[in-house]
Design a protein around this ligand. Structure first.
Ligand code: BG6
Length: 482
């Protein structure tokens, strides 16, 4: 069966994810003529919509969430693919309706844009009408469950109906071009490849800062918190990509194998280390760009005085030969001064001591801005030109900017990339069941200790860089957030 002979089925077509991410991504693929001519996009939902109602809904979503202007031709082509299937996923006998809409011998890409506790219901329905055979793939959104035990149950139930090779667990950070680039940056440049270890690296900092708050997702977020929403998945994925060994081959089996090895080697934080190595915070009122913002607790309408964290900072250690002794300081939070995802690799200062007298020595730093304003720079020392016998040095930056170097190239959207990879059947950029397992285990341990010691979220003003305790985690070790 050819990879291009496929239909898309979107469960949860009326939901937020479909509107914000999936429809715009499908539109962009359509615009680039990357969708197969005969592919249908089948929205599934309980609502009694006609094809026309669904089209109107998709168009409205595109108008709101697509940054570029809608091209008439592209829209008409996309519209012709759209169809709707009125189906209550809890009623498995109704899945015959979906079966009727799918042509034989086609690959079916079933996108589950719904909460993970409903995944097994859909799987059952698909199974009942033989829609789970080899030609069927399922795409699952994160978070899968909200702990190791719940995720295990969900993965087990799904595993009854689908093989691992049919399951595409999405983490949209893995589709970001600058994150994919990390592998190439590390493994194709000998200057980095040969120094990517504890002999050369002093420590690593990862910051994933968001300007937005919880944007009305009160119920979900209050149950989840930043640690489960961002750290368990996106951050641990970034961490594995920064630290994994080179895979034997560039394929999903080998890449994911190396990532799993890292997750298995994460140091489990002990109760006695919890205050030293972790900090949580919650945004209070404040200002960003002169706009007054209310506090988290006043946004959560029902459960005031919630302790849910909107910021988390953790020192992570990896217990293997390559990374022993290299701390990874990681922070992520909402309502911080700006949107900014960056990685800073701070190199050790191992230069000959006789040169120390020339100036304030710096550690070389490789700073990778993942988004926005994607760029990479290397901080280094250079002599200031002069005839003076007493030489002075200045730290400077070797600079690479995406927008300058790749002027005519847009950085693709992560959902666009991931949908395409799923069409191609390549799981390299998707999360393996064991990755889910080990990341939840590691996070559960921290969350359980927080519960045990009644760890409180420290309030921070909206528009600042999080709680003061986050600074202490790194400053205690004689270092600073960059
Ligand atoms: C999602 C989280 O997975 O990622 C959100 O649920 C978060 O809370 C979002 O805002 C951040 O994604 P991005 O691509 O905007 O950095």
């Amino acid at each position: 069966m050819k990879n291009n002979n496929y239909d898309f089925v979107i469960f949860g077509a009326k939901g937020d994810l479909s509107r914000r991410k999936l429809f715009p991504a499908l539109y962009k693929l359509e615009n680039k003529k990357m969708l197969y001519k005969k592919t249908k996009i089948i929205g599934v939902g309980r609502i009694n919509w006609t094809k026309n109602d669904f089209s109107k809904f998709v168009k409205k979503s595109l108008k709101k969430f697509l940054i570029e202007k809608i091209n008439k031709n592209t829209w008409n082509n996309l519209k012709n693919r759209l169809t709707f299937c009125n189906l209550d996923i809890c009623d498995t006998k109704n899945f015959y309706k979906l079966k009727k809409k799918i042509k034989k011998n086609k690959i079916i890409i079933n996108y589950f844009a719904i909460p993970s506790n409903l995944y097994s219901k859909i799987c059952k329905g698909l199974y009942k009408f033989n829609l789970n055979l080899k030609n069927s793939r399922i795409v699952l959104e994160k978070p899968i469950g909200n702990s190791f035990s719940t995720s295990k149950k969900i993965n087990k139930k799904i595993g009854k109906y689908f093989e691992e090779s049919q399951i595409f667990r999405i983490d949209h950070y893995l589709g970001k071009d600058t994150i994919i680039n990390l592998l190439y940056l590390r493994f194709t440049n000998s200057i980095f490849y040969n120094n990517w270890n504890n002999k050369s690296i002093d420590h690593v900092q990862i910051t994933i800062a968001e300007k937005i708050g919880i944007e009305g997702r009160n119920e979900y977020f209050n149950k989840t918190g930043q640690t489960k929403d961002m750290f368990q998945n996106h951050i641990l994925q970034i961490l594995t990509i920064i630290t994994m060994k080179e895979p034997k081959k560039i394929n999903s089996k080998n890449i994911r194998k190396e990532k799993i090895k890292i997750l298995k080697k994460l140091h489990f934080i002990k109760e006695k280390e919890i205050h030293k190595k972790t900090a949580i915070g919650q945004y209070s009122y404040g200002k960003i760009n002169n706009i007054k913002l209310s506090s988290y607790n006043s946004e959560i309408l029902e459960k005031k005085n919630s302790n849910t964290e909107t910021f988390v900072s953790i020192r992570v250690d990896i217990k293997n030969k390559t990374w022993k002794g290299v701390p990874f300081y990681i922070r992520t939070g909402k309502r911080l001064p700006k949107k900014c995802s960056k990685i800073v690799i701070v190199f050790k200062n191992t230069t000959p001591k006789i040169f120390d007298k020339f100036s304030d020595f710096i550690n070389n730093k490789l700073v990778i801005y993942l988004e926005p304003n994607e760029r990479i720079y290397l901080k280094f020392l250079n002599k200031i030109p002069s005839l003076n016998k007493k030489c002075k040095l200045k730290s400077s930056k070797m600079y690479f900017k995406y927008s300058k170097t790749f002027k005519n190239k847009n950085i693709p959207d992560s959902y666009e990339k991931l949908l395409l990879e799923c069409i191609l059947g390549d799981q390299s950029l998707f999360v393996h069941v064991d990755e889910v397992k080990y990341s939840w285990k590691w996070i559960d341990n921290i969350i359980n200790i927080w519960k045990k010691v009644s760890k409180k979220s420290e309030l921070y003003l909206s528009g600042t860089w999080g709680p003061s305790l986050s600074k202490k985690i790194i400053e205690r070790d004689g270092r600073k957030w960059i």
